[in-house]
Design a protein. Structure first.
Length: 268
């Protein structure tokens, strides 16, 4: 069988591979930490004073309701999913979940059983997405990601041109980054495109490659990539280390760019 998340081969009757199953359990294990992070952000929210009827200031509402909205959706869906799984898998033993933690605890206890159900991938991906939405609104420093050597040309005091070997870093949501050595600014979109274009030596499941391209801002659908495989535009390769078939990010990006260029010529 094939894992419904990453397409790696799994044992018969299992819809999640060992790695994705571990990630699913980890998402459920992090529920308490995610709730604490969200509550800490809500308690630190600034409020905007409101003027009362007598001209006095009254307690105001938070300026940023983003976290409150995302947290509410996260807690609501966790409870709904727990009740749904309970009704489907244990119709003769219906439970009532009074807290988000109890809902997550139940799903965690059912993880081994859920791994044998074809709907487990949808639950995992939805909970992971909700968790990321909550954490992205939290009051915490954004993670910096390294994006290769700077490579900028510099002229030293002796008149010699040298190439900067500093590392370019940028926040996960930023469009520009800076070199740690020369502090020159770089376009992160170009950097990411360059790294994908050079990644011929990496092999990963098609779903993983498509997800990485989507995260980098490329408009690609998994169904479209699958069509490219069927039409012979993409050719699977074998990773010698893992013995698993996959695709090169550079190859998928090249086909995507070629298809976009062809479409623009037809429209013109």
């Amino acid at each position: 069988m094939t894992c419904l998340v990453c397409e790696y081969t799994t044992a018969a009757g299992l819809y999640l591979c060992n790695q994705c199953d571990a990630r699913f359990r980890a998402v459920l294990d992090r529920v308490s930490a995610t709730l604490r992070t969200a509550q800490a952000t809500l308690s630190n929210m600034s409020v905007q004073p409101r003027v009362g009827s007598a001209g006095t200031s009254a307690p105001g509402a938070p300026l940023n309701l983003d976290m409150a909205e995302r947290l509410g959706e996260y807690e609501r869906r966790l409870t709904e999913l727990a009740h749904w799984v309970n009704g489907r898998e244990e119709p003769n033993r219906l439970r009532i979940f009074t807290t988000t933690f109890h809902s997550a605890e139940y799903l965690r206890a059912m993880a081994t059983h859920l791994r044998k159900r074809d709907y487990v991938a949808d639950i995992y991906l939805e909970l992971r997405g909700l968790e990321r939405r909550v954490l992205s609104a939290a009051d915490r420093p954004l993670v910096k990601r390294p994006l290769g050597e700077c490579g900028a040309l510099n002229l030293n005091t002796e008149g010699t041109v040298t190439r900067c070997d500093g590392i370019v870093e940028g926040h996960e949501t930023a469009t520009t980054g800076r070199c740690k050595e020369c502090h020159r600014e770089h376009d992160l979109t170009d950097r990411i495109t360059e790294r994908f274009a050079e990644a011929w030596h990496h092999v990963a499941p098609l779903a993983v490659v498509v997800r990485a391209l989507k995260d980098a801002g490329y408009p690609i659908k998994y169904a479209t990539a699958r069509q490219w495989v069927h039409r012979g535009k993409l050719h699977p390769r074998c990773d010698l280390k893992t013995r698993q078939e996959g695709h090169s990010p550079a190859e998928v990006l090249k086909v995507l760019q070629t298809s976009a260029s062809t479409a623009s010529k037809i429209c013109a």
